[in-house]
Ligand binder design. Sequence first.
Ligand code: B12
Ligand code: SF4
Ligand code: SF4
Length: 359
Amino acid sequence: MVNDAVTLGLMADFGREAKQQGFAVLGTASACEDAARAMHLENWLESGMHGSMAWMAERAHHRRSPQALWPEARSVICLGMSYAPALDPLLLEARPDLARISAYAQGADYHDVVKKALKRLARWLVAEASSGGHGEIGVKVFTDTAPVMEKPLAQAAGLGWQGKHTNLVSREYGSWLFLGEIYTTLDLPQNAPEPDNCGSCKACQDACPTDAFPAPYQLNARRCISYLTIEHKGAIPHEFRKAMGNRIYGCDDCLAVCPWNKFATAAHGHRAFLPRAELAAPELADLLTLDEAAFRKLFSGSPIKRIGHGRFIRNCLIAAGNSGQPQLIPLVEKLRGDADPIVAEAAGWAAGELGALKP
Ligand code: B12
Ligand code: SF4
Ligand code: SF4
């Protein structure tokens, strides 16, 4: 039997190791089900707010709690890696000739960076637990893609709270944390959950260009530009096209306006997420000329490659239609004959929008 002091010592060493692996913050939560959390997920799915993300519903029975996914799990170690940007992500709003790529996607793909760091840490934990007398322990690591409710778990582990925009906000690292977890069979002491510090603020809700929040703490993904540009496969619904402006991949608006970000500096950011020069403020004209091979080359190692060439060009065409830049017309016209009907339709719309500017 291992005593509490040994476990606390192990976790103190683990904390140091996590920092070495690039994590800014960590905490521990229970793997048991939380009824309110599971109910909110159920309500959200029942109301269809997940849109076409069928994978959210398909494994909802696993997503509802850590033990539903892995009954042997006893504790969840939640970790956050910072990608705090050096520049305000809203700066490019006034530059319709340039495309806006969300801050999280201007550097390396976090799925790769966080997953690798989690695996290294999990291996360290297994080895140290074994040599420290805990015997053989089980671990599983996750970031983003698994059926795990990462934000409420991180709140329970004391990393921050779910703000009214639904993302986790940290007192120290603001809105700019990627989340990852290690589920383990180890019984670990738990952190106190972080209380909600939003107060009467509603800056994030007011900032949303598509009115995607039916109520505080609830997001209708079908209206969210992040969903429309990344997850949605068909034509972009007309009602959201103007509001998308020059955002071609994701959206940072509700995060960027959060007052808690004044404590998050770029110095906190992991260097893997420093913006690649060619992705910080790309010219729309350059992006519209990318063919499939050039798209793959430019976005190798970036999360943007996941949406594929067609969806990417569709997004750029919406931005072109919103740009008021008649010099883009020849590039847009060329894409009207594209074999992909979604691209061809978006090109037709953009040409109409730009043509309407001509006398
Ligand atoms: C699906 C998904 C999306 C969807 C839907 C987002 C959403 N809010 O659900 C879309 C595509 C829109 C999206 C967008 C983004 N995402 Co996303 N996404 C996810 C994913 C895969 C699942 C989230 C989920 O479980 N949603 C289901 C809902 C029900 O859960 P929830 O938001 O936690 O809801 C809680 C509250 O809203 C509350 N609640 C619900 N109803 C009610 C009712 C009342 C009355 C109350 C009080 C509370 C309440 O309870 C729920 C449970 O606690 C996670 C990864 C993961 N596995 O967790 C990443 C994740 C949330 N995304 C992430 C990021 C970075 C983003 C973007 C910022 C990317 C971008 N810049 O474009 C945007 C942010 C948009 C936004 N405002 O949320 C990060 C967030 C990190 C953080 N610090 O929080 C995550 C955690 C990925 C990661 N590993 O880092 N995302
Ligand atoms: S990411 Fe953009 S569109 Fe989505 S909820 Fe936030 S502000 Fe609204
Ligand atoms: S902008 Fe205001 S309401 Fe929104 S998450 Fe930040 S503190 Fe909370």
